[in-house]
Write a protein that binds this ligand. Structure first.
Ligand SMILES: Nc1ncnc2c1ncn2[C@@H]1O[C@H](COP(=O)(O)OP(=O)(O)OP(=O)(O)O)[C@@H](O)[C@H]1O
Ligand SMILES: [Mg+2]
Length: 476
């Protein structure tokens, strides 16, 4: 028997019913002598017998009715009540299990349905929570949220990593006590004061490393327009800022590089017009300078156009089966004038008929640039060696000279546009500082890499690695 309220009520009713029936038997027993003419002792015995039978019958009847009622109503209701209490406590998996009873009532069905619905809702909530957590953690930007009372109640991993804080250090703190950079603190204060969106670019120095952040602060407004706190999103824009710097440098460099020959041409032309052209020797010398400077301008503009063409969307290479032996021959032919002028030689070591999938014209352009550098930055009568090998699935081309060499500290910047180790010397050789940038672009467009090794005073070796086969047509 269960100890439920309804079961106890029914047992109490059964006892009450048996007491009532017994009482009724006693009352009816008073009328017993009226229906009998037997003498005192017999009558009393029969009276007691009748009383005992009535009592037993009353108990049996009460027991039967109580058992039926308990099975049909009381226990199921107690069970449903127990289940409802469990569900109310948050155990959404609890069910009424009334099948074992002869019971079919809507209450149990409804409670089970509530249980099902709550379980579904709780699963959905858990899923939503997980999804939100994943989103916050994987959003790539730092996130910080302050509650209405002004203390932190949420932050993500990116924020922790950016500032080197841990969640436990920050949660519950006010914005002034976290130790954020002053600019970010000021922005948060402004959002708290004005309840308006604020955005700012700030420079953050953490552990000796500088980065740039776009900080966005906004008030969080609930469904009913009530103010719930503020949210701060920090987006790392260091790369963008650096790109912007590169762009500014580029414009400054181009302007400078264009101005130098133009100033020179203008100066010499004016001097000639002012009367110097009367002297044929000066005239010839100045015209020579003007021609040289115009050539520089011409090369510079050609290189700039080539680079911008390569960087434009849709630039693609024409891949065909290329004979590298022929490519190297063509490139050497292209620099033969310079080689002759400096009495230099090129020694080529390459397997016969070395075929790879590449853009022949671009490969010649790469080789001409590397050979020109090897000539320009070497003394007369030195040697250049070009070695080609197949390593795994790549062709490795090395151009080695016995020239002036490049300091180790200069190597990382060598492939930047306009970067020249010795500006004066490079300008002397007509260089613009764009050659290696073009080489790098073209090699990477082939899916390859460029590497450089150098020893000051002994020489430099540029090594290009290009896949023998192109996986797919590349475009840069
Ligand atoms: N083989 C080399 N030996 C020594 N220094 C080199 C060599 N190749 C390149 N450099 C250095 O690297 C710098 C950049 O080379 P890059 O080819 O990009 O420009 P450049 O030769 O000055 O001009 P251009 O655009 O006409 O090629 C050169 O100015 C030079 O200082
Ligand atoms: Mg060059």
């Amino acid at each position: 028997m269960t100890g439920g309220l309804y079961s106890r009520l029914i047992i109490a009713c059964a006892i009450l019913l048996s007491v009532l029936l017994t009482g009724l038997g006693i009352v009816l027993g008073q009328f017993f002598p009226l229906f009998s003419n037997e003498s005192g002792l017999d009558l009393q015995r029969k009276y007691w017998l009748f009383l005992i039978v009535t009592l037993v019958l009353a108990f049996v009847l009460a027991f039967f009715i109580a058992t039926r009622m308990m099975l049909q109503y009381a226990r199921p209701i107690d069970q449903v009540t127990k289940t409802a209490v469990q569900i109310a406590r948050g155990d959404y998996l609890a069910r009424t299990q009334t099948d074992e009873f002869e019971f079919d009532n809507e209450l149990a069905v409804a409670i089970d349905k509530i249980g099902n619905n709550l379980q579904e809702m709780s699963m959905l909530r858990t899923m939503e929570k997980e999804r939100l957590k994943t989103l916050i953690e994987s959003m790539g930007s730092g996130l910080l949220m302050f509650g209405r009372e002004g203390s932190v109640n949420l932050l993500n991993g990116v924020f922790e990593k950016t500032f080197g804080f841990s969640k436990s250090e920050v949660i519950g703190k006010t914005f002034k006590s976290i130790g954020l950079p002053t600019d970010i603190e000021n922005l948060i204060e402004e959002v708290f004061m004005t309840e308006q969106v604020h955005e700012k670019q700030v420079r953050v120095d953490v552990g000796g490393v500088s980065s740039y952040m776009s900080v966005y602060g906004a008030p969080v407004i609930g469904h009913h327009g009530n103010w719930l706190g503020i949210i701060v999103v920090l987006h790392d824009i260091t790369k963008l800022v650096q790109l912007e710097e590169v762009r500014k440098d580029f414009v400054a460099n181009v302007s400078h590089e264009l101005r130098t020959p133009v100033t020179s041409i203008k100066g010499f032309t004016e001097t000639l017009l002012d009367g110097a052209m009367e002297d044929p020797v000066i005239l010839k010398e100045f015209l020579g300078i003007i021609q040289k400077e115009s050539d520089r301008l011409h090369y510079l503009i050609d290189d700039l156009l080539a680079l911008s063409g390569m960087e434009r969307d849709g630039f693609s290479l024409q891949f065909t089966a290329v004979n590298l032996n022929a490519v190297i021959e063509d490139a050497i032919r292209g620099v033969s004038g310079k080689l002759e002028r400096k009495s230099m030689d090129v020694l080529v070591t390459i397997p016969d008929d070395f075929i790879l999938e590449a853009d022949a014209d671009r490969l010649i352009q790469v080789m001409v640039n590397l050979l020109s550098n090897a000539i320009n930055y070497s003394k007369e009568q030195t040697k250049i060696t070009v070695t080609v090998k197949k390593r795994q699935d790549d062709a490795v081309i090395e151009v080695r000279d016995e020239g002036i060499g490049i300091a180790q500290s200069e190597l990382p910047r060598l492939f930047e546009r306009f970067y020249r180790v010795d500006r004066a010397r490079s300008r002397e050789s007509g260089g613009t500082g764009l050659g290696l940038a073009i080489v790098k672009h073209l090699v990477e467009a082939h899916g390859g890499t460029v590497d450089v090794k150098s020893v000051m005073g002994q020489g430099t070796a540029f090594q290009i690695r290009i896949p023998m086969q192109q996986v797919e047509k590349q475009s840069v």
